[in-house]
Design a protein around this ligand. Structure first.
Ligand SMILES: Cc1cc2nc3c(=O)[nH]c(=O)nc-3n(C[C@H](O)[C@H](O)[C@H](O)COP(=O)(O)OP(=O)(O)OC[C@H]3O[C@@H](n4cnc5c(N)ncnc54)[C@H](O)[C@@H]3O)c2cc1C
Length: 260
């Protein structure tokens, strides 16, 4: 059984930074990651792909709506969504490749599989093919991040009802996208698809969108989204979303989704 000073479970921004720093300070470090690539939610299905799509969709929107006022005449831009997604994937690949390089450079051993703490100083790694490896370690860091929250009564099929992960890989621009939750992630992804031509409706339980953010930002966002030409409406409380074959539902008090 391999012996380490530190085993870090999860190689998102929390885990890989911790592992690299520990290795630089002289510890013998291993990381365990259940995804095929390192970088966690942020690099694979979060910050990085969403920013790549935000940038690309902003350029698309500017070319169609903002250039003329600046004295730049161009033909109406055409959307090549598969190419935009290829650009997004290239951005992800460059970033996750960078993390793999840094782990290797700092002599950190990387194990791919699901990590489980078996007891004091013992971690098992179950690979996709079922093979189990046991690691012995003086210390363990749990950096397993978070997961998509389910709404009671709503099945996230990643086709018609998508999580933020599914919203990064839609194959066509939806006619109408209802975003449940007016926080940063919902508004980011709503902005992407709004700029690409979807009508976007944001459903928020609280009495304003971007509630925990600076009050001015929260107040200004709907106006600036409108000015940018997005068909983005913030609808607060009591609004309905239809899911084919399952009737409609509404967000009730305490954030519970009620199916009718
Ligand atoms: C669409 C979107 C956009 C975002 N944009 C931003 C942004 O612009 N700025 C920002 O600061 N934050 C943003 N975030 C949030 C950011 O992604 C998270 O805050 C960040 O990823 C948390 O890092 P972490 O290391 O704690 O967890 P994660 O990044 O979630 O990493 C945890 C890792 O642990 C792995 N793991 C879990 N369980 C196990 C196990 N048992 N064994 C092995 N591996 C395991 C997971 O596969 C994952 O790779 C965004 C999130 C989303 C979804």
């Amino acid at each position: 059984m391999s012996q380490y000073d530190l085993v870090v479970i999860g190689t998102g921004p929390g885990g890989y930074v911790c592992a690299i720093k520990a290795a630089q300070l002289g510890l013998k470090v291993a990381v365990v990651e259940k995804r095929a690539t390192h970088g966690g939610t942020c690099l694979n299905v979060g910050c990085i792909p969403s920013k790549a799509l935000l940038h690309a969709s902003e350029m698309f929107h500017e070319a169609g709506h903002g250039f003329e006022a600046l004295g730049i005449k161009v033909a109406k831009p055409k959307l090549d969504l598969p190419a935009m997604m290829t650009h997004k994937q290239a951005t992800i690949d460059a970033n996750v490749g960078g993390v793999a390089f840094l782990l290797k450079k700092n002599k950190i051993e990387a194990f791919h599989g699901t990590g489980k703490i078996l007891g004091q100083g013992k971690v098992s790694v179950t690979a996709e093919d079922g093979k189990v490896t046991e690691l012995a370690t003086k210390s363990i860091v749990i950096a397993t991040g978070s997961d998509v929250m389910q709404l009671p009564g709503v099945e996230i099929d990643e086709k018609q009802v998508v999580s933020s992960t599914g919203a990064l890989t839609l194959e066509k621009v939806p006619d109408h996208l209802v975003v449940v939750g007016g926080g940063v992630i919902g508004l980011e992804l709503g902005s992407v698809w709004g700029r690409l031509g979807a009508k976007v409706t944001v459903v928020e339980f609280m009495d304003k969108i971007l509630g925990p953010m600076d009050g001015d930002v929260s107040k200004q966002f709907p106006a600036s989204a409108g000015q940018a030409g997005h068909d983005l409406q913030a609808v607060v409380q009591g609004h309905r979303c239809c899911q084919e074959g399952q009737g409609s539902g509404s967000l009730g008090r305490a954030g519970r989704w009620r199916c009718r």
